[in-house]
Structure formats: structure tokens, C-alpha cells
Design a protein around this ligand. Sequence first.
Ligand code: PSU
Ligand code: MN
Length: 303
Amino acid sequence: MKNYLSITPEIQEAIAAGKPVVALESTILSHGMPYPENLEFAHKVEEIIRAEGAIPATTAIIGGKLCIGLDSDQLELMCRAENVGKVSRRDVATYVATNQVGATTVATTMMLADMAGIRFFATGGIGGVHRGAETTMDISADLQELANTKVGVICAGAKSLLDIGLTLEYLETMGVPVLGLKTDDFPAFYCRKSGFGVDYNAPDEATVAKIMKTKWDLGLKGGSVIANPIPAEYELDFDEMEEVINRALKAAEEEGIRGKATTPFLLAHIKDYTKGVSLASNLQLAYNNAKEAAKIAVEFAKL
Ligand code: PSU
Ligand code: MN
């Protein structure tokens, strides 16, 4: 496996010394945000993690390697997103073996982080059970990965383009803890509340770190969802977002969008319909998740 991993020296040293490291995904860059806003985001999110005393590790598949930590040229490549695929678990070996450039989803970033020994990962929102999954069977591979892979994922919950209730049921069945960071409510990405609760309201970052340490000390496999609501000043109106999401879902149905194209299609339409307002919120909630992930990783490193 080592032959396929390309970890920057800084990250390698930090992992070996037990210092805090936070993984970041690249699908959010290549397929979740427009250029050049995504490039500014990619650099700023890394700075935020450093400011908290942790090391950022953005992941991608480039040149037949699983890359942990990207230089500025590689970040630019992922953000320009020309011929960059969206790589989930099933695509990893194909992209490595055939030398294609791949952006890592939540599932794949968890895989790469685990291979490198990184225990925390910050993103925007996780994939989940799609609305209508009872007929389409569209359930994100992110949920299986959370069940199996030892990484805590700090996110702003999940977008309500998913069926949040079914997503939480699925996570319960698979034994994935859903922790709220200073909240009783499972957040719905742009909105602080989804109408659903979390399993446990963790009062601070140190408690989250302790729960994860305990889970893994007990030999329990898998990760956790650490739900961190968007800061109130950037929150969008739930009903307005519902309308936008329903429009996007209708467009997807009319155009016959299926499989892995579904999530990027919906994200792009939501952004267009809200004329960039949703993008500004998206950036802010992801920054907030990076900051909290770094704090949790710092606390975890003390244990
Ligand atoms: N949800 C978002 N923004 C994103 C994604 C999900 O709000 O960018 C991306 C993540 O990379 C996630 C992937 O892992 O989409 C899920 O895709 P799918 O539903 O095809 O599993
Ligand atoms: Mn899917």
C-alpha cells in the first residue's frame, strides 16, 4: 500500500509525532464550488486549520498516487477541474491504475485519511440517503464508509436535498454515532436545524475527542458524524431553501440525471438558483467546520 501513498514530508512527520492533522476532501473543490472561488477557499481553509495548531491534509488522486497533502499546483489542478473525475470507493483502484486525476468524496477522503493514520476530517456536508431512495436505491457510499472507517467527520449535517430522516435511520442501523457539537439539533447544511435531533449534544471539542478515543480504544470500528451548525449570521431560510431544492430535484428528474452525477447536478442548480447566496453560506460553514475539526484534533492529540 505504501507504494501508492504520496504523503507530504510535513504531514508524515506530524503523523509520526502524534501531532494534530485534519484531512480535507477535493470533491467539494472540483464538483462542489465554482472556479476561482474554490481556489481561494482551498487555501483559506488550510490556513484556518494551521491557525488552530493543526496541519491540513487535502487529498486527491493524481499521477497514480493517493495524495495526502497537495501543493499549490495540485490545488489549482483540482480547482480548475478539467478532466477531474469524482472518485468514490469503487473508483479508487481504477483511477490509480489508469493514471486519471480524481477528486475524493467524503467516503474516499476517509479511506485515504485512514490509510495515512489521520483521524479527523472536515467537510461541508455528507452524502446520504436521497429522497426517493425507496425506488432509486440511491444511498451515498459515504454512509458505508462512516460505518467502517476510523475517521471522525466534522460537517454541517446534510443538505435537505437528501432525506435527512432516512439518512439518520441508516446511520443508526450501521452503528454510526451522530454527535452534535454544542447542539441538540442535527443541522441541515444551510440551516441550523433540520427538525431531527442528534444522539448526543457534546458541550465542547474535548468531549468529542474523548468519545472518539473511547470508541476506538474499545475496538469499535467506523467513524462518526460530528455535526456543527452553520454560524447563525450565515444561515439561510429553511423554507426558501426547500423551494430551491425542490426545483433542483425536479430539473434532475426531467433531465434523467442518475447515479454519481446526481449530487453535483443538484449542487450546481442550487447555486445557480440562489445566485451565489448559497455559495457564500457554503464557504462559511466549511470554514467553521475546519476550525472545529482542528480544535478536536488538537484535543485528541493530548489524550
Ligand atoms: N454534499 C454537499 N457538498 C458536496 C458533496 C455532498 O453538500 O460537495 C460531495 C461530497 O464529496 C460527498 C459527495 O462525499 O458529494 C456525495 O456524493 P454521492 O451522493 O454521489 O455519494
Ligand atoms: Mn449516489
